[in-house]
Design a protein. Structure first.
Lengths: 418, 89
């Protein structure tokens, strides 16, 4: 594989950048693989990469219905954080933060990880108390958390509405200074390129049409490009999890919902970190290009549409303008949507299943992007060793029937309001 | 924007309604021993189909009645609405 560096850039400049190697190949599926990963998004690509790197399993195929990076890895708002209260979520995501910090070097691809910090705003004394508690939990797990008062918040986001007669006056907030953003497409491409160089086949435009299961064991997968034999399948298909689970006669504690995001026209730097305004169903950051990147709530009813409806965008931006009045003067550049695998407690599932050789990676809700490296790493371990790692043992499939929920937000099973 | 035909009030904008989830889930019978497995199915497991979906909606800013809607989860086309005691086939 060609190494990307200042020298390769200069060298290729002499040939008008026409002689770069392809970043990854476009192979046809072989008859048999040791492991087949279904879903060529961030989680699938990262899983294949860590299977090859950490477990030396390189006879691996990634099967993707569309193209690499066309799903939620290219549709999210690129936020990376580990500000969780529960131990299982906090440890898992803090493990991921360490992978993020070294990702550009490790993948030899600039993912533009930018630890610019995140602030969750609070609007009452009760919420400040709740944030103090969450911050303390985070610090016990080695995650940086800082409780900020109103005046400290004012120094960071002076353009927010700090009037006292607004519906949700700013009392303070909880910050995680080490949180940040990254360039999401680069994450997909970086993992794809490295996985490919270690022998993983990335097979695009290949739809799964069925599974070959006999004797309670995975024997293979049927696709639009032929049958593939394999003993192990890793399912990382986010919003399409229920569709594939139906082909396996499995019903999961997951519903698929639509989440929208939008960006404004680019403007000069105004906001250096990520700000969430939970009370107004709104969060925002500014991209390196200057666009204000905004998001909020689900559309609110089961959807596989991958595009949203206007009432939700209006609702999100109403909250946005309440917090940052200057947003009302900006033009909207574009809006888009992605389909989320909303689990019944808001936490993910990375586990084995009752079918031997079928491994499940789903339930990422809003938080799939930040977990790409930690999910790939632990899922690769689960597949390679046929047992869960201690980092993902809390994300079990049977935690629902056993009563060990990880209900971080305490919203219960109404996935459409989370 | 969805237009939902409330079986009591007629065609209204989505903004008047609140969503209530999968309308095919059956609560286990009252006053009977219910296994953990059955509770798990009732509380947590959802088919979430890609295509036709029978779901509950609440006309919260209108007549405040709950009712059933059969909707396509890809195109959002609404095929039928029905009162709670009526079946959608």
């Amino acid at each position: 594989m060609q190494k990307y560096s200042i020298f390769s850039l200069i060298k290729n400049a002499f040939s008008n950048h026409e002689k770069w190697d392809l970043a990854w190949k476009d192979p046809s599926p072989k008859k048999e693989y040791d492991v087949v990963i279904i879903g060529g998004g961030g989680h699938g690509l990262a899983t294949a990469y860590y299977l090859a790197k950490e477990h030396k399993i390189t006879n691996v195929a990634i099967i993707e219905k569309g193209w690499i990076g066309g799903g939620n890895i290219g549709r999210n708002t690129t936020i990376i954080r580990s500000n969780f209260m529960y131990d299982d979520n906090a440890r898992f995501n803090e493990f991921g933060m360490n992978l993020w910090r070294n990702m550009s070097q490790e993948l030899n691809f600039n993912v533009m990880f930018s630890p610019r910090g995140i602030i969750n705003l609070a609007h009452s004394d009760a919420q400040m108390n709740a944030y103090a508690r969450r911050g303390n939990s985070m610090r016990l797990n080695g995650i940086d958390a800082v409780l900020l008062d109103r005046e400290e918040i004012k120094k960071i986001i002076p353009m927010a509405d700090f009037s006292e007669d607004v519906r949700y006056p700013i009392f303070g907030g909880l910050a995680q200074p080490s949180a940040g953003t990254a360039r999401h497409d680069a994450v997909a491409w970086g993992y794809a390129r490295q996985a490919d160089s270690m022998g993983v086949d990335i097979i695009q435009n290949c739809e799964v049409t069925g599974f070959d299961v006999s004797g309670g064991k995975i024997q293979g997968v049927r696709t639009s490009r032929g049958d593939i034999k394999t003993k192990k399948i890793g399912l990382c298909v986010a919003g399409s999890t229920n569709v594939l689970a139906e082909k396996l006669n499995i019903t999961l504690p997951i519903e698929t919902h639509l989440l929208q995001a939008c960006v404004s026209e680019p403007v000069k730097p105004v906001l250096d970190g990520v700000v969430t305004f939970g009370a107004g169903h709104f969060y925002i950051s500014q991209s390196d290009k200057g666009e204000m990147v905004m998001g909020g709530d689900l559309d609110g009813y089961n959807s596989y549409a991958q595009k949203g409806n206007l009432p939700t965008i209006q609702h999100v931006l109403t909250g946005g303008i309440a917090l940052f009045p200057f947003l009302s003067r900006l033009k909207m550049l574009r809006t888009w949507g992605g389909i989320m695998d909303m689990s019944m407690d808001g936490s993910p599932i990375i586990d084995k299943t009752h079918i031997d050789g079928l491994y499940l990676n789903c339930g990422w809700c809003y938080g799939g992007f930040k977990s790409v490296p930690s999910s790939g790493w632990t899922f690769a371990h689960t597949i390679a060793q046929d047992r869960v790692h201690e980092l993902n043992e809390g994300f079990s499939l049977n935690r629902f029937s056993k009563g060990y929920l990880l209900d971080e937000k305490g919203l219960g099973t109404k996935t459409w309001i989370s | 924007m969805l237009n939902i035909n409330c079986p009591y009030c007629g065609d209204r904008s989505q903004k008047e309604f609140a969503y209530g989830g999968d309308g095919t889930v059956k609560r286990p019978e009252l006053n009977k021993e219910v296994s953990d497995e059955k509770w798990n199915e009732f509380v947590y497991l959802r088919k979430s189909p890609r295509g036709k979906h029978i779901e509950l909606w609440h006309h919260i800013a209108g007549c405040r009645q709950w009712f059933k809607v059969q909707r396509d989860t890809v195109t959002h086309e609404i095929f039928k609405t029905a009162k709670m005691n009526e079946e959608i086939k």
